[in-house]
Structure formats: C-alpha cells, structure tokens
Design a protein around this ligand. Structure first.
Ligand SMILES: [Mn+2]
Length: 370
C-alpha cells in the first residue's frame, strides 16, 4: 500500500504586498500538477492533504478556490483523498463536506475512519478561541484535549491494519522563539503513540522528518512562501507500507528560489558586485543593507531588477524603515488601554485580552507563517 502526503499549499497567497506584490498561484499550480502526476505514476492508494490549502481564512480568492477544487478533483480521481483543515483554511470549506464527491473527504473535527487496509486518525487544527469560547487558559484546555485524543488513538490502534495519524498541529521545539508569534498549541513528540505506522503532519512549511518512531513527517509547502523559508526543502512524501515496515520517499517540487543578499554597505563597489549577482539570479531576491535607509538605492534595485521584491536597511541588526507587525500590534493595544483609561477611568483586562486576540486573528490571516 502506498500514499501521497502533501500539505500547506496556501493558495491565494500574494507575497510582498506593499513592496512588490507577487501572485504565487501559478507557481503553486505547477508544483501541484507535478504532484498529481507523481500520484498517478506511483498508483497511490490514498492521498493525505494536511491542511492550510488556502491562505486566507476570511475571504479566499475565486482563483484560489477554483484551483483548489480542480486539484482535489484530480487527486480524488486517482485515490481516496482526505483534506484535513488547518488554521489558515477558510471555514467555508466545511460546507464542502455536504457535496457527495466520490473519494473526497473533508475532515473538520477529530475522527477515526477505516478505509481498505488503513485505520486513519484525523486531527484538524484546533482553534483555542473558536472551539472552546473564553476560558481562563484556553491553551492548556486545548493541550489536554489533544493529549486525550492521542490517548484514544493509542487504544484504537489495530495491529492488523496500517495505522496513520494525520493532523494539522505544531510539535514542540521545532520553531525558534523569534518566529513564534501566536502559533497556538504545541504537543510533545513523546505523546504520539509509537504503534502508529505513519504520522502525516501539516503546519510547518519545511519538508521534514520529525522523528523515526513512529515515523512522523511534515510534508511542508510545495513552494517557498517567504524569505524565512530560504533553506527549506520543498516537496511532498510518498509513503510505502510493506510487511509492517514503512518506507519514505521524498518528492521534490519545482519552485522559485528565494534568496537574501546581505550587503555591508551601498558603496559603488558593493553595488557593482550586487548587480552582477542579481543579473544571474532567477528567483525572488531580498536585499538587506547595513546602513541608513536610502530611497534612491531602493528605487534603483526595485525598478531595474525584476527579481528584487524587497529592499531593507538595518543598523545594529535592526530594520530601520519597516516596523514589524508585532511592534505595531503592541502599539495599538497600548493605545486602546490609554483610550479606555481616559474614557472610563478603569481598565477591564478581559476586554483588553479580547481586543488583543482579535488583532492576533487579523494578523494570522496576513502572515505567511505556517
Ligand atoms: Mn498552519
């Protein structure tokens, strides 16, 4: 038996808005059509798509939805296809459950499904805010909820079958602290039942193997979505099961390279060197200079090199001219506090927390992170 595991397509993503907007749909389409071909050639028995197929949770573009339905249609004509919803996924996808499409199952809540030789356990993204309402510590409630589900999985493992857990979640310790902005609940590697034959995960964009027992993998996104992913491997996994053994094959997907060019200054010599490199580069480039911001330099690079999508200036390692999302958000919350104090005299923390949460939600929709 064989399966294809793919994830985090983020269809509808428009990158580098406000600097040089690039619609990434065509690039992702090519990568996904490659995967359709692989699924066909390998004659897979099952296809697992582990979430974040759309980029915008609130208002996905028609083009993105139409490519999504096209690709899912192609996949489900090859083998039974499961779509496990992620944190970016548009809630409207839940309505697709009602369409009687042969070989396509949309999974929006934890469940167990038996299919052919497979016993499948599904764990879509659990939103601490949406599912549980306001509690004192939603994170720990969801943590318990996930751990309880995994205990159930352990008890339901059937040794005569191929047991697979398929989810959209974050394993603890995989993201460096500076990248961690409201990424939600994490689980420990150790709570994943060892009796499983494969664990198919979505959320992290790097095609990676998390652990060997049980074999746990993030399929990652088919293309490099942002500069934080320059070093990532992009692709999917073909997973083969034979005589109680699991074999993993990595499938690479063709995609544009993303590269950051770090320059110490913008002297003539530096610019000449940079120009040569940019001329030969056929991906998306970000240029970072050490030094004060210069609009002239930015304009020159952005207008003369199609590949340049972002120009930044830093002094002492800090970006000078582009305030980060986090800083903006904190400012707004501070302003809100000041406003409430001035207007009503006292501050109700739960209300501030709610406002902060709403901002996070808006943020989450805009960020390319996982
Ligand atoms: Mn995600």
């Amino acid at each position: 038996m064989k399966l294809l595991h793919t994830s985090d397509w983020h269809l509808g993503l428009e990158s580098w808005v406000g600097s040089k907007s690039v619609d990434r749909l065509e690039e992702t389409k090519m990568a996904l059509l490659d995967l359709v071909q692989v699924a066909e050639q390998e004659k897979v028995d099952l296809i697992l798509v582990t979430g974040d197929v759309l980029h915008s949770r609130v208002s996905p573009k028609i083009d993105a939805l139409s490519l999504l339905s096209d690709v899912l249609g192609r996949f489900s004509s090859i083998a039974h296809t499961f779509l496990v919803l992620g944190n970016h996924d548009w809630q409207g996808l839940k309505a697709w459950k009602n369409l009687p499409i042969k070989n396509l199952t949309v999974v929006d809540h934890p469940e167990q499904i038996d299919l052919k030789d497979f016993r499948l356990f599904f764990l879509p993204y659990t939103d601490p805010q949406r599912l549980l309402g306001a509690t004192e510590d939603p994170m720990s409630v969801v943590g318990d909820y996930l751990n309880n589900f995994l205990v159930k999985v352990r008890n339901q493992i059937d040794e005569k079958k191929i047991n697979i857990l398929s989810g959209h979640l974050l394993i603890e310790g995989l993201i460096e602290s500076d990248k961690e902005i409201a990424l939600g609940v994490q689980i420990k590697k150790s709570v994943i039942p060892t009796g499983l034959n494969y664990v198919a995960l979505g959320h992290i964009h790097n095609n990676s193997i998390v652990q060997q027992s049980p074999i746990t993998c993030y399929a990652g996104s088919p293309i490099a979505l942002d500069f934080g992913e320059e070093q990532d491997t992009k692709g999917a996994f073909i997973v083969e099961f034979e005589n109680n053994k699991t074999y993993l094959h990595r499938v690479d997907t063709a995609h544009k390279k993303l590269k950051t060019f770090k320059m110490r200054d913008y002297s003539e010599a530096s610019l000449e060197f940079l120009t040569k490199q940019l001329r030969d580069f056929d991906g998306y480039a970000r240029v970072i200079f050490e030094g004060p911001a210069s609009n002239e330099i930015r304009k020159y690079l952005m207008e003369n090199f199609e590949c340049v999508v972002k120009v930044e200036f830093r002094t002492d390692g800090k970006t000078v001219d582009a305030p980060s999302m986090t800083r903006q958000k904190i400012d707004v919350i501070d302003l809100y506090r000041a406003y409430v104090r001035g207007r009503f005299g006292k501050l109700e923390e739960p209300m501030v927390n709610l406002v902060e949460r709403l901002f996070k939600e808006v943020d989450e929709d805009q960020t390319t992170q996982s």
